[in-house]
Design a protein around this ligand. Structure first.
Ligand code: DC
Length: 232
């Protein structure tokens, strides 16, 4: 079967990355979580006091950006990519509520998007990749052979995120998470550069009422069709 690019876009916390990881593992594709890349730049901004309280010093971030290296290493146990900031694994640090609540304004900065988009395009040069994000099917790979737009209601997504964070021991309330999900939806879909929107040729998957298995099966069928599988 031909190697293709699979672009998964959609709202935050709708299970895109879980589905994308499962598919990539099954079909032997590389998985790239582009949200992790925006989160890593955000962590850099927080650590360097570029994002202090409500104030974001965009000019300083732009000046320091050439010193920011965003990369991935494979976890030897799970074989899944772990995000690195200047060579340090920061997978855990980028998943906190602090980073989640600051990432959207950073992801709206055109110079940050230009840098990360270029990296993402290089990662997909050889195809055989499943990439999840917000603008993969519209801006990063408008020519992707398979584009999926995943969505679910804000309440369902907030509940999933709440369960995930509390399982990790973070002390959060459902209300603050719902607010964060709604705020991110708004900023992500209203920014000027590469806003979150469904590509015209994307298949839509609303998984509000689907089990994980049903979603994986749906995605596998979409992949087989796009990659040109034929029955013999
Ligand atoms: O998928 P996530 O929740 O980890 O993404 C974190 C943030 O990064 C989210 O608020 C939107 C932004 N993002 C983006 O603007 N473009 C992408 N391709 C991926 C994520």
């Amino acid at each position: 079967m031909k190697k293709i690019i699979i672009a998964l876009d959609g709202h935050s916390s709708c299970g895109k990355s879980t589905m994308a990881k499962a598919l990539a593992k099954k079909i032997g594709y590389i998985y790239v979580d582009t949200g992790a890349m925006y989160r890593t730049v955000t962590l850099f901004a927080l650590r360097n006091n570029i994002f202090n309280g409500a104030e974001l010093d965009a000019a300083r971030l732009e000046a320091l950006l050439p010193e920011v290296s965003v990369s991935f290493v494979l976890d030897p146990e799970t074989n899944l990519p772990l995000a690195c900031l200047n060579g340090e694994v920061v997978e855990r640090e980028i998943r906190t509520m602090e980073v989640s609540s600051r990432v959207s304004p950073i992801a709206a900065l055109p110079f940050v998007r230009t840098m990360l988009t270029k990296m993402q395009q290089q990662m997909g040069e050889a195809k055989g990749i499943v990439m999840d994000g917000r603008d993969i099917g519209t801006a990063v790979f408008p020519q992707a052979e398979l584009k999926i737009f995943v969505t679910a209601s804000a309440e369902v997504r907030a509940q999933r995120r709440y369960d995930e964070l509390t399982a990790k021991g973070e002390s959060v309330t459902f209300e603050e998470i719902l607010k964060n999900v709604q705020e991110r939806d708004y900023i992500d879909s209203h920014r000027e550069v590469a806003p979150l929107k469904q590509a015209e040729d994307a298949l839509v998957l609303d998984n509000s009422n689907m089990t994980r298995e049903e979603q994986n099966e749906w995605l596998m069928q979409a992949y087989l069709k796009a990659a040109g599988a034929t029955c013999v």
